[in-house]
Ligand binder design. Sequence first.
Ligand code: ZN
Length: 251
Amino acid sequence: MELVLTTLLLISIGGCFGSFASSLIYRLPLQENEINILKPRSFCPQCKTQLSIIQLIPFIGFLYSRGVCLSCNAKINRLYFYNEVIIAVFILYIFSKLALTDLSSWLIVLIVISLYIQSIIDFQTLHLSQPISAILIFSGLMLNISIEFFTVPLDSFLGLTLGYGLLFCINEVYKMIRSRDGIGSGDFLLLGGIGSIFGASAIGPILLIGSSISLCLYAVNKNKEEELPLGFGLGIGAIFYCFLFIFFSIA
Ligand SMILES: [Zn+2]
């Protein structure tokens, strides 16, 4: 019975985090002054009608309105619902391996959700949020300095420097040859954050997974002129690495 209740609680928390992540994914790239991460209340992007309380409830809101706005019938982006499901699955996995009462487990939840948000924002807009990368750097350093969760503190600092510096240098070389930026500065900061979490030795594998994912996207995309969302690949690669780490290091 306790297991069922805990699972239900974690699914609800995952849904709430997923819903908040959706709102960050939508709002962070916006440059409009009147819309920020706290205000206004969620609304239909088409007709601007505010959502009712029931529509705000994770999972239920989307199913209740059958995926359309109840005022103007415009289709609601299915990604909102998927974000809630995906983050609930992430949380269930993390707490199947880590203790619910440990602060470090919640820091890992924060890290995974931040990586996910960055990935989706980059996929949709080719931009990355600097405050979220700052959260990643800070959480990575905190987790490793306090309990050496993923690696030792020195490796965490090295990872930060190497992650940022590597892409910075590759971009400088590219700039010398092509006279324009090849990699966005947001990607340097994101890989710096990933390095601070998993350490310098993880940069290679994550960069490999990340660029492979981005290249696969390039291969299936019909428009070959479009820029590659490297941050998307890096974020998903880092989440994958994090889950593998938890799987193999915590029996
Ligand atoms: Zn509407």
